[in-house]
Write a protein of this length. Sequence first.
Lengths: 257, 271
Amino acid sequence: MGDPVVEIHGLGVYFRLQQRSRMSIRKALLGGGLRRNAPVIWALREVDLTCHEGQVVGVIGPNGAGKSTLCLVLSRILEPDEGSVSVRGHVSTLLSLGAGFNRELSGRENILLNAAFLGIPRKEIGRRMEAITEFADLGEFIDQPIRFYSNGMRSRLGFAIATSLDPEILVLDEVLSVGDRAFRAKSQARIESMMARSRLIVIVSHATSFLRKVCTHCLWLDRGHVRRFGPAAEVLDAYEQEVGGIDIDPSVDASEV
Amino acid sequence: MDSTWPNIVSRRDLLRELTLSELRSRSAESRLGWLWWLIDPLIMMLIYWGIVVGIFGRGQHYQPYPVFVLCALLPWKHLQSALTNAAKLLRNNEGVIKAIPFPTMVLPLSNVLSGFTYFLAGMVVLFAAAVVAGLPLGLPLVQLPALMAAQLLLVAACSLVATCFGALIRDLSGFLTHVTRVLFYACPALYGVDLVRERAAKLGGGLGEWIPVVYMLNPFAILFEGYREALFYGGFLEARHWAVLAVEAVVMFAAAQRIYRYYDRRVIKFL
């Protein structure tokens, strides 16, 4: 086995409680705005993780365990407050679909905008435009402003753009149930083909049966700490035993992303 | 992805696409579309002309007054709209900031650039008004590119600071609206710098000498004066004013981007 693709040592990320509510002008001017001693909540603490090429790592845990924060750190959106994170390779993210869309612009114009956010070069996107519109399958809506789209249609377009990349390292956060049944089958197939081409995948999901199918390893987070990391079946068994084995199957779950 | 210059340069496609999207979406929102870019400065010019000349019976000192006042109104409008947008910028884009890694500094920069496009459209109106008024437009026009460059740096500097503090302080946008309104009257927009010198001279003594010097340290006062020299008076801005403007614009921008980069990843936790 070569160099690990992801190496995390003693990772800690905290939020100050006051960061939840921003201060006002009055507080900022009269002092007492940013209290250094405000209570701190560690979203992640003392997290160690090493991932190698070819792994598919599922991340599980209850709400507020730090799964999404881990995704933000891996994709370099948040910086660690403690410890070190090294990621070898370009990270593509699928954290929320349709973020960055401009409501007033058409689907086609939003493809250009969203692709620019993702860092896809302009020439490249010209070539992929056809494939993206075809995959999103929005018919004449593609030339209508996004504000006329339903939530499902918006997610479909977001999914089609974000997955048009060939990712090296792919970070997915609960974006596996998009659109209607027909689209869901198509999107599952695409995710699986992306997985086959990526060097490393980190995937957050509550759907343990899905993780059991695709993951090689699993990371169980609990209140910001690593509860267990190891081969997928082992960790999932332990997790299901603790939470009672209630599974959420993405193909049944009707909730949108 | 941090807001370092190499990262921003590598994402220049995003900067362009954001600026164009902003322009496209705003003209799609209104019935008249991009024609509004010309109508807006025209109305602004007519309102101030009506109030100052028509109602107060002032401004004979500066003929033609519409051209005089628009020279200051256009760059000021650029600053004002950039600032009020900037304070809400990160919060309004929270979704994409937390979903896709990109240097967030492109958000305030594209905000400044789209505002600059409206400014350029306003310059077309100003130019037309100057031609209609029969002003001698000649060699002093060569000052315009340098003035615009200074303006871009100044507006970007103010916007970058407002953008990161806007994420920390929730009511900054409303506060900035009031602050810019007050500052507007402190700048030589509706009146000329000559009036400041004249009034100060009446005070006499050291104070009379110092007030205009301090007054002209305000980069926007120099900027307005510069546009007026180029388009209204048909003269050249004094060399020392150029020097002050250049130093202030560069220093303010350098400082502002340092501040922004310090808060860059830190403010994301506040969104």
